[in-house]
Design a protein around this ligand. Sequence first.
Ligand SMILES: [Cu+2]
Length: 74
Amino acid sequence: MHEYVLGTKKYLDEHAEMMKKFPNMEHDEPYMAHVAPGKRSEIIWTFNRLGEFDFGCLLPGHYEAGMVGKVQVR
Ligand SMILES: [Cu+2]
């Protein structure tokens, strides 16, 4: 299982910490997708400004292991 969560670095850092304390936390927001092995998912997000935006997998251990990236909106 993995997830894709779009957010600011600060939000992702804080949320990853929280996920360590509550690993079974249910969360489902428009800016995230949870994906089971071998499956696909999608989110539709409209960026209202240009810039670089962070995303990461916030499952315990994944974020710390470097499962992160950036979306560039130009
Ligand atoms: Cu992951």
